[in-house]
Design a protein around this ligand. Structure first.
Ligand code: CP
Length: 335
């Protein structure tokens, strides 16, 4: 059983031991203290992933259902692995086995089999919220339309907290980022921000932890409500990278290119893609991407494989973060 207070992530003054929420539908309503608790707990589980036997009994007897009504490879596999690492019993349901039954009926039918947690990905924003009104189990949003993707933002925050950036070392040698204090950190989120659940969840998480966030992309891809998210907006990549610590490039959804949000992939890369010359110009810049990367579009292929790209760390950390989410939302966790 992890002990979140034993981890370096978190402010000792405001540490909490339980989530205030019953579900993880998004990070908009989560407090900084809850986010830090999730990161501290993930830190404990991250160490499990380096052991020869990568399994703990924390969720033995707990049943988790993965409802994936929209495509996913990374998130689905990451949740499935997290559940196995916690010794939970799991059931997987994907759109391919759907018979057109309404979501409410599918969910109630599955819950009648006595389950505890539901992980849902759906193409419609708000589907996880709807589910909470139909069933009693705790619900985890694995991505709902263009709304939120909270576990992606949590794994991104975890990966940032793990960075060894000299600028964030205090006089006593401790790393502020590792404590979940992101003040002074500048993160630029690049690409199709307007249609991105990853960008929205990251904006909530990063600003709550104290970071300054900039959205950057073609005007057609920038959201109108950016100010309400407390982020800066620019359509100039050089402006976004100036003084930036972390550049988080979003995946261009090639299917949306039919809507002509920008003239061509070549032009997109020329104006908004990160190349080796950007890494040369910004020697401390760290590059992140939620995947899957379109090589040569969001990032030059040399950047994807560069030591300052932490994309595979994000993937590994994602399993630990999802273990923390499931553990803290499981029955009994709030007692
Ligand atoms: N990063 C992410 O959400 O990937 P998937 O769509 O493959 O789950």
């Amino acid at each position: 059983m992890p002990n979140p207070s034993a981890s370096p992530i978190g402010n000792p003054i405001s540490e909490i031991q339980h989530l205030q929420h019953r579900h993880l539908l998004g990070l908009e309503t989560y407090s900084a203290a809850e986010i830090r608790l999730l990161l501290r707990t993930a830190r404990e589980f991250r160490s499990v992933l380096d052991r020869p036997i990568k399994r703990v009994p924390s969720l033995r007897g707990v049943t988790v259902v993965n409802l994936f009504f929209a495509p996913s490879t990374r998130t689905r596999i990451s949740f499935e692995l997290a559940e196995k690492r916690l010794s939970a019993d799991t059931v997987n349901f994907s759109a391919s086995v759907s018979k057109g039954e309404p979501l409410k009926d599918t969910a109630r039918n599955i819950e009648a089999k006595k389950i505890d947690l539901v992980v849902i990905r759906h193409k419609s924003a708000g589907a996880p919220h709807f589910l909470t009104r139909c069933i009693d189990s705790a619900v985890v949003n694995a991505g709902d339309g263009a709304h939120e993707h909270p576990t992606q933002a949590l794994l991104d925050a975890y990966t940032i907290a793990d960075l060894d950036l000299p600028k964030f070392l205090d006089a006593d040698g401790t790393n502020r980022l590792a404590r979940g204090d992101f003040s002074g950190l500048r993160v630029s989120i690049l690409g199709d921000v307007a249609h991105s659940r990853v960008a929205r969840s990251n904006a909530y998480a990063l600003t709550k932890l104290g970071a300054e966030v900039t959205f950057c992309g073609p005007r057609t891809m920038l959201p109108v409500e950016a100010e309400t998210l407390g982020v800066r907006v620019t359509d100039r990549l050089d402006e976004a990278l100036d003084g930036c610590d972390v550049a988080l490039a979003l995946r261009i959804q090639l299917e949306r290119q039919a809507g002509a949000l920008f003239p061509s992939l070549r032009e997109y890369h020329a104006r908004y893609g990160i190349g080796l010359h950007h890494l040369d110009r910004h020697p401390d810049l760290v590059v992140m991407h939620p995947g899957p990367v379109n090589r040569g579009v969001e990032l030059a292929t040399e950047v994807v494989d560069h030591e300052r790209a932490v994309i595979l760390d994000q993937v590994t950390n994602g399993v630990a973060v999802r273990m923390a989410v499931l553990f803290l939302l499981a029955p009994g966790a709030r007692e």
